[in-house]
Design a protein around this ligand. Structure first.
Ligand code: DAH
Length: 347
């Protein structure tokens, strides 16, 4: 081997014994630039390969590279050892108080409405209802006309509806327009049965008070089939109430009116806080209103492409915020969207 190149074994022995004697990270940095730096020993060795005889170059180059890897590895081990020794020294000197409790990590939580919605999804999917999502921005036609709202119905009033600058484009005031969308998209031109729930945000141009917000969720339900009767609706909602509240909960139905159902009923469940005894939450009536419901109006079936002489269906609508408020004794609906962590972190 030519005189002017350093021997690999010699450099390795010298470098490793120098490394052995190092006791500070400053010395380690100096060592690293001495051997592994841009102007270090390894670079110097590589730059002299050219002066070797042709047949010696390959083996020498490989040897230097292996040496470089070896030194890099030894450097990293030394660094870890120095760091560990520093921590141990700090602990020994009391600079680190290992008895201090750890810092708690802040964990995000689900919004209370999300909890209730997920609870709904579990129950309804168990009962064979698919989740179908419909749009928040709707046409006036779907929100009202196709749902059999007479032209002069008060809900069409500017008071309740958020209009957009686009003609006939509004924010849905309820999830019921999804009934028409579901019939159009899943019904196969009035040939297929449907069993869906339609969860989503609704918007109303309303005075915001502890009892009413300008936005809130609804969960709509729709079942269409060839022989669906009122008893199916009653049984289905009663089963939901059992799973949602408690297995022996009583449910009652009160005649009501909605343009898109006939007959229409409001559904009450026995107050789950006082077991029907009467308390502040149920206003001493023993009952809590949990849903609006009814048999789908023939006009609505027709608007969704079904022949009402062959097909029938039931529908219902529930308010998850209302149910959440009842469940947790929340007295002001404005907490839901005010992003106050003192409220949100309780769930
Ligand atoms: N859309 C009604 C509302 O916003 C709620 C409702 C009542 C939905 C009865 C229904 C129903 O599907 O059958 O007040």
């Amino acid at each position: 081997m030519a005189e002017n190149v350093q021997s690999i074994e010699g450099v390795q022995a010298e470098a490793l014994s120098a490394l052995d004697n190092i006791e500070s990270s400053e010395a380690l940095t100096t060592w690293r630039s001495q051997y592994l730096g841009n102007k270090g020993v390894i670079r110097g060795m590589l730059s002299k390969i050219g002066s070797l005889a042709k047949e010696e170059r390959g083996a020498y180059g490989q040897g230097v590279n292996a040496l470089k890897n070896k030194l890099t590895e030894s450097h990293d081990e030394k660094q870890t050892a120095l760091n560990n020794a520093a921590v141990e020294k700090d602990i020994a000197e009391g600079a680190i108080d290992v008895t201090l409790p750890g810092r708690a990590r802040r964990v995000g939580r689900l919004h209370p409405s999300t909890h209730t919605l997920r609870n709904f999804y579990d129950i309804w999917s168990d009962m064979g209802f698919q989740v179908y999502r419909s749009r928040d921005v709707e046409l006036d036609d779907y929100n009202f006309t196709k749902l059999n709202f007479p032209p002069d119905h008060p809900a069409r009033d500017m008071q309740d509806t958020f209009y957009t600058t686009e003609k006939d484009v509004i924010l849905r005031t309820h999830t019921s327009p999804g009934q028409i969308r579901a019939m159009e998209e899943l019904g196969g031109n009035g040939t297929k049965p449907i069993r869906v729930i339609l969860p989503g945000m609704c918007y109303r141009f309303e005075q915001i008070t502890p009892r009413s917000e300008a936005q809130f969720h609804q969960v709509e339900g729709l079942a269409i089939g060839r022989n669906i009767r009122m008893s199916d609706l009653k049984g289905t909602i009663a089963e939901f109430a059992k799973r949602m509240f408690k297995p022996d909960v009583q449910v009652r139905y009160r005649a009501s009116y909605f343009p898109f159902t006939e007959p229409s009923m409001e559904v009450d469940a026995e107050c789950f806080l006082c077991d029907g005894e009467g308390c502040r939450v149920c206003k001493y009536s023993g009952w809590l209103e949990i849903a609006g419901s009814g048999m789908v109006h023939p006009n609505v079936l027709r608007n969704g492409g079904y022949d009402p002489s062959e097909w029938s269906g039931f529908a219902f609508g529930m308010g998850p915020e209302r149910i959440t408020m009842l469940k947790h004794g929340i007295e002001d609906i404005r907490y839901f969207w005010s992003n106050d962590l003192r409220f949100l972190s309780q769930f």
